[in-house]
Design a binder for this molecule. Structure first.
Ligand code: BES
Ligand code: MN
Ligand code: ZN
Length: 501
């Protein structure tokens, strides 16, 4: 999808589809209070073209509600698509993001090749935030997961144009547009990786994909394997990998802006299990195919590093992805085994299916060894997190309020939903081991929290955030603005957290 920014008049644009957003301005409640949809554009001709249908009451401007007019009167576009944002008082830049995605997903199956969206003009919505969100949303909407279908029709919208009013903030809008392209493309880069099946994306191949991307955008990149794991004494990471024919990959991406030799070094650590069978604690067959997306945390870090390389914040960042395949085999680790992690801590393996925390334990330790002063990890870590928060919020944990505060502020920009869950000594008690320092599961209750407590042991005294994206990395039911499949969750929030430094 090509994207462009234009400062032309909406009514003059000759295009297959002109999209414009609308809000419901009704503030009253009750049966008398009928929706009052209003277009968010100052273009009188576009407003006039939509006046009759808006007056009809057929369109309520609900979030992602759509209405199409063919051959609209008085404007040059062939079709006019109105996309709802919902109630005016509640409308945010994130609604604009979703509306842009909705417009693209409306156009795609109808073979619309050129789509023009009018950037909403409304005092309450900051124009630059809406601009960026709209571009991101268009990319999010453009992605479909049917990579390997032989009847895949290339129905991508070819050009997506945003039109805005040229004012004194023209340069700001142009910058926001360029940012949106980088962020949207990076999120989709993550989604392409997450979508790949285990046979097409082994740890080694994930390493190659990361290295190719790094070369394109100018990041440092090293991809290590078995030998390096042994050299670094990564006994926890290796224990997951040892049951697979596929060698592990320790992927290290470095962003070192010129002239920045002091200040924080941010460590981004991702779980990259390219397939999680559970190992000897084998998972049931139902839905096991989904476990190809168990590398979504690692892919989120790779996508975030891409965006960082292109947006160039003034802070050093190291990205680490611990990639392995969790398989049962004669050489696989067994429940009861004791492993020694890179940090020297001993881990009793209770369940080989609690493998994510094992690879991350060594990933976090390695990030600290490389000098990280602040850590953030992302992982499809626990089913318990999905039980707790459903597929609405991802889980977040932190050992430091200042560090987490920055992440919370990042959410306001990214539009992603994370909910902070507690940590505490009582939970840490639950993972004490009789034979070693800790065990890799703490029983059924509070499973997302005991997993976070496990990671906290390896973050040690470094400020750290843990993101459990198990329920959010894969969209189970498509929505008007996003396809079923990989979501690319966390890329945007991690990026904004990094930029806060
Ligand atoms: N990769 C899974 C977690 C997961 C579950 C991700 C559902 C996405 C959707 C993880 O490795 C796992 O198996 N966790 C176990 C931990 C348990 C053995 C303590 C779980 O959640 O059941
Ligand atoms: Mn598992
Ligand atoms: Zn897993």
């Amino acid at each position: 999808m090509r994207t462009q920014l234009s400062f032309a008049n909406a009514f003059e644009i000759e295009t297959e589809l002109l999209a414009v957003v609308a809000v419901d301005t009704q503030t009253g409640k009750g049966p008398e209070a009928k929706p009052q949809p209003v277009l968010l554009t100052a273009d009188a001709a576009v407003t006039a073209a939509a006046a009759a249908v808006l007056a009809s009451g057929e369109f309520k401007a609900g979030a992602s509600e759509t209405l199409l007019l063919h051959a609209p009167q008085g404007i040059a576009a062939k079709r006019l698509l109105i996309v709802g944002l919902g109630k005016q008082a509640k409308a945010t830049a994130n609604h604009v993001r979703n509306a842009a995605g909705t417009a693209v997903r409306y156009g795609k199956p109808r073979f619309i090749k050129e789509l023009v969206l009018v950037l909403p003009e409304a005092g309450a919505l900051a124009a630059d935030a809406c601009m960026r969100a709209a571009v991101e949303g268009a990319f999010v909407g453009d992605f479909d997961p049917d990579t390997y279908r032989s009847d895949r029709k290339d129905v991508s919208v070819e050009t997506f144009t945003l039109i805005a009013k040229a004012g004194p903030d023209k340069a700001v809008l142009e910058a926001a547009f360029a940012e949106g392209v980088i962020v949207g493309e990076s999120q989709n880069f993550t989604r392409v990786l997450v979508n790949e099946p285990g046979n097409k994306l082994t740890p080694t191949i994930l390493g190659q994909r990361a290295a190719e991307m790094a070369a394109e955008v100018g990041l440092g990149c090293e991809v290590h394997s078995t030998e390096k794991l042994h050299e670094l004494k990564m006994g926890a990471f290796w224990s997951v990998s040892q049951g697979s024919e596929e060698p592990p990959a320790l992927i290290v991406l470095r962003y070192e802006p010129e002239g920045v030799n002091e200040g924080p070094i941010l460590g981004l650590v991702g779980k990259g299990i390219t397939f999680d069978s559970g190992g000897i604690s084998l998972k049931p067959g139902d839905n096991m195919e989904k476990m190809k997306y168990d590398m979504a945390g690692g892919a989120a870090m790779i996508g975030a590093m891409r965006a960082i390389a292109l947006l160039k914040p003034r802070v050093r960042v190291i990205g680490i992805v611990c990639a392995a395949e969790n398989m049962p085999d004669g050489k696989a680790q067994k429940p009861g085994d004791v492993q020694t992690a890179m940090s020297g801590k001993t881990i009793e393996i209770i369940n080989t299916d609690a493998e994510g925390r094992l690879v991350l334990a060594d990933g976090l330790a390695y990030a600290r060894q490389l000098g990280a002063t602040h850590l953030i990890d992302a992982a499809t870590l626990t089913g318990a997190c999905v039980v707790a928060l459903g597929m609405v919020n991802a889980g977040a944990f932190s050992n430091d309020d200042e560090t987490y505060g920055r992440f919370e502020s990042a959410l306001a920009i990214s539009g992603e939903k994370f909910w902070r869950l507690p940590l505490g000594d009582e939970y840490a008690e639950m993972i004490k081991s009789d034979i070693g320092d800790i065990k890799n599961t703490g029983g059924r209750w509070g499973g997302a929290i005991t997993a976070a407590e496990f990671l906290k042991v390896f973050a040690e005294d470094t400020p750290w955030i843990h993101l459990d994206i198990a329920g959010m990395a894969w969209v189970e039911d498509s929505r008007p603005y996003i396809a079923k499949g990989p979501s690319g969750v966390a890329v945007r929030s991690i990026l904004e957290w990094v930029r806060s430094y």
